[in-house]
Design a protein around this ligand. Sequence first.
Ligand code: PDD
Length: 288
Amino acid sequence: MADALPICLLDGAFLPTEAARVSPFDRGFLFGDGIYEVVPCCNGRPLRLPAHLQRLQDGLGALGIANPHSVSRWTELVHELIAANGGGDLGLYLQVTRGPGRGRDFLPQADLQQTVFGFCWRLAPAAREQLERGLAAVTLDDIRWLRCDIKSIALLGPVMLRMQARDQGADEAILIRDGRLAEGSSSAVFVAVGGRIITPPASHERLPSVTRLIIIEVLAALGLPLDVREVARDELAGADEIWIASSTRDAMPIAQLDGHAIGTGKPGPLWHRVYDAMQELKQRETAG
Ligand code: PDD
């Protein structure tokens, strides 16, 4: 990931990123008590912002944190943050914590003021070499909690899993819970078998991925068959294609899983069609 761009958003103000400060008593710092979003921006415009803001609202609602802004105010703030950093293709991060407490009480005081933080970074297109060769992934046991549908800022599980994957020479960890595919450590997963494409259903075990919904639309537009169902761990090794999907990585092909080739060991034809269609969709939806 590229460095943070020079202007950030903190509690309604735009300021130099390096000058941003929050209290060490912020419950985000002490407890991971907050929600975040990552919004991809193309041509200086956010992609599917309403879906990201809805997921932010859902997460805040699950934690009992009042949303500090209306959808229209969030939309203004996002556009201002993009413009302040020169537009273009960006990743945009938003975080709302329950705010600073007066000490360290597990139970939050009633009168806390939420902390709102946002920043951007330049989103480079996927490296040509990655698109030609595909990524490597390893399967790891899902050590995360039981509410992975909440986009909590407490990300110790994914951090540990990504470090473990990296130490095994892999780009992503594909997480397994109770013998079934959960999701990637920071991505949704699609599997292609015998010409059909499969993605697991929404549940508490998975983040409701916005990119996954875009891919489901793209598959329908391309007339490609989709099954939404659980995927057994044993099905993964024999799949023709596996893709990971996220706001910052679009759909990326997994060519090696646990050191073995998936399909031909190269990005597959279904992935190519979906990837191309996604690039068109992104350009179409963010064109001026
Ligand atoms: N992560 N599942 C998990 C656990 C994720 O962390 C993410 C994205 C996704 C994909 O969701 P979306 O398509 O809405 O980006 C699925 C972001 C990019 C992150 O934490 O940086």
